[in-house]
Design a binder for this molecule. Structure first.
Ligand code: COA
Length: 257
């Protein structure tokens, strides 16, 4: 099980492929590196892909990061530990917030940015917080239901539910708390790296409006809207998201290995 260490805490990550710039992927609230399984497999022939389990998620221990910036510092620890150098920093939902924070804090380590099902501001429905406190399974069921398109197969719903249930209720509440406090809307102009924005057309948690806002404010962005997908777009339409990432990676103006 590959690990890296941040302040003496061993943290887990998944890795595939080879080449640079590496694509470093960060999961969303209640998730883990497994949220990127299709991309770990589908992009292995394109470049090195690394997907982290943030503290208290997946196979990583410790306490959840108290802010998006603190989580970005954990990802910086991964980049340093593996000597990845400038990376394409990608994230889904909360992970997309972490990717924006990473690009803002360390532009010299940012060869590109991939923002998937996310926004520059991530306010959370109060109902999620209420339910997580009183009915963890009910909260996860609601998140799953709102997180996929109307036509999502039962197997996908079960997989997302199982993954999110694997995150303890206090950690899920913490994730949504850090999202609720996140807002870089006034700073998007500072992210000059090439940026790919991806959003499911039926995303109800970070709707296409959020992606269009990113496209309008980021200096160097392109948008891919994915039909037949909700918020968990990289799992619901994995081939479309993998293709969008592969096209973006191969078009980057960086020497490739
Ligand atoms: N990009 C672009 N526009 C955004 C945005 C973003 N990241 N975040 C909010 N906005 C817009 C909203 O669409 C809204 O526009 P409107 O006034 O034209 O309707 C406005 O900014 C204010 O929205 P917000 O700051 O979110 O406050 P609110 O009180 O209107 O709504 C929620 C609060 C929680 C109901 C709302 O944010 C929501 O539905 N969120 C999505 C559901 C969720 O919980 N997602 C989880 C994200 S991790």
């Amino acid at each position: 099980m590959p690990t890296f260490t941040v302040r003496d805490l061993p943290l887990h990550y998944e890795s595939s492929g080879a080449g640079s710039p590496a694509l470093c992927l960060v999961h969303g609230s209640g998730g883990s590196a497994e949220a990127w399984r299709p991309q770990l497999e589908g992009l292995a022939g394109t470049t090195r892909v690394v997907a982290v389990d943030l503290p208290a998620h997946g196979r990583s221990g410790g306490n959840p990061s108290a802010s998006i910036d603190a989580a970005a510092a954990v990802v910086r620890g991964l980049v340093d530990a593996l000597g990845l150098g400038p990376v394409v920093i990608g994230g889904h939902s909360m992970g997309g917030g972490i990717a924006q924070a990473f690009a803002l804090a360390w532009p010299e380590l940012t060869a590109g940015v991939a923002l998937i099902g996310t926004g520059a501001r991530l306010r959370v429905l109060p109902k999620f917080f209420e339910l997580i406190e009183t009915d963890h399974a009910g909260a996860v069921a609601l998140i799953t239901d709102m997180g996929v398109s109307a036509r999502a197969p039962a197997s996908l719903r079960r997989a997302i539910t199982a993954q999110t249930m694997g995150t303890p209720a206090p950690v899920l509440a913490s994730d949504f708390g850090v999202c609720d406090r996140f807002d870089v809307t006034a700073r998007l102009g500072e992210i000059r790296a090439p940026t790919l924005v991806v959003c499911g057309e039926e995303d109800r948690l970070t709707p296409p409006k959020y992606a269009e806002f990113l496209l309008a404010r980021l200096p160097n962005a392109r948008l891919v809207l994915v039909p037949g997908a909700g918020h968990y777009v990289q799992l619901e339409q994995p081939a479309a998201v993998t293709r969008a990432l592969a096209d973006f990676l191969t078009a980057l103006p960086v020497t490739r290995a």
